[in-house]
Design a protein around this ligand. Sequence first.
Ligand code: SAH
Length: 370
Amino acid sequence: MSEQASKINLLDFNRADMEAFFVEHGEKAFRASQVMQWIHQHGVTDFEQMSNISKALRARLTEIAEIRLPEVIVDQASADGTHKWLLRLDSGNSIETVFIPEGSRGTLCVSSQIGCALDCSFCSTGKQGFNRNLSTGEIISQVLVANKAMGVDKDGERVVTNVVMMGMGEPLLNFNNVVRAMDIMQDDFAYSISKRRITLSTAGVVPALDRLREVSDVSLALSLHAPNNSLRDELVPLNKKYPIKDVLAACKRYIEGHKRRRITIEYVMLDGINDSNAHARELARLLKGVPSKVNLIPFNPFPQSGYKRSPAKRVARFADILIQAGLVTMTRKTRGDDIDAACGQLAGKVKDKTKRTVQGVQLRKRAGAA
Ligand code: SAH
């Protein structure tokens, strides 16, 4: 067990890390691309099966390294084609990954943390508390597991075509591991997913958004949910630390210099809370001059949430006002809710919430002080 734990998990490496690893062990850097192809394109976890690697190197790798995937404990399919996997990590924690097919597109919703520290009032993950960040290996494993399960279509194209970092957790609070995992998603020796087909969704961690701009240019989604600070403070407590004006300015900086790029604005529709005509008009004014498209998300209820989904008519009227104001507006279809796989229903199983209490309290304190 302890010997097992001390081995290097090659799933934690992007190509640069993998090359450095082989060079450090007296090997040629190109071994990295070979091994990455075995792992990510063929789903091979046993070094002995890597037939273009010498016997001696295979033996050495078996000694010092491993390819350790989380265990798939539940694999559920929804009537609408949505899939959900429950993956068991260490010490009884588990996370959820969801696959949503839509025409020729197959979107995988990936988690970045066990639980979440942000405690947005309408999100069931937040209610679970925060345990810890996922490692790079645990993040990319979700892509690996889904690809293994979904495979390729009749033309030989991968069924998983898109990734959204919209599962459990705040991806920008697990910056390095998320960026490294997104490198692997884009790598031609792994999944070759273009940056346009990878979307990072954030509640708006301003300094991390500025850092992200330096190292990545994946698509960006902002969980806005309210058109003014007093309402957003209530729904997304992080807003007390990074208010709307600062967050939108950071989003604009993120897409600066990228022609035709837009920020996706996510807006969960909560009955009687943020869904009035006045809210729609306020939102339209707020987004003037922000290259964006609005994604209205029907609220997905969970026990004790205290909120109700806005009626479909209300959502349609809200959307109309935005469209008339010139905003590209879509209403997200609710998928996979029969298997609790819809937005905000991902709960996994988060053990040991004590860590969150510490982090959560610190967060709120800082927010209060700001
Ligand atoms: N922390 C990141 C990513 C995870 S949440 C973020 O805040 O963007 C992914 C999306 O699901 C967010 O827009 C989130 O606000 C939304 N969401 C959370 N709970 C929901 C619920 N109960 N119903 C509908 N959408 C929800």
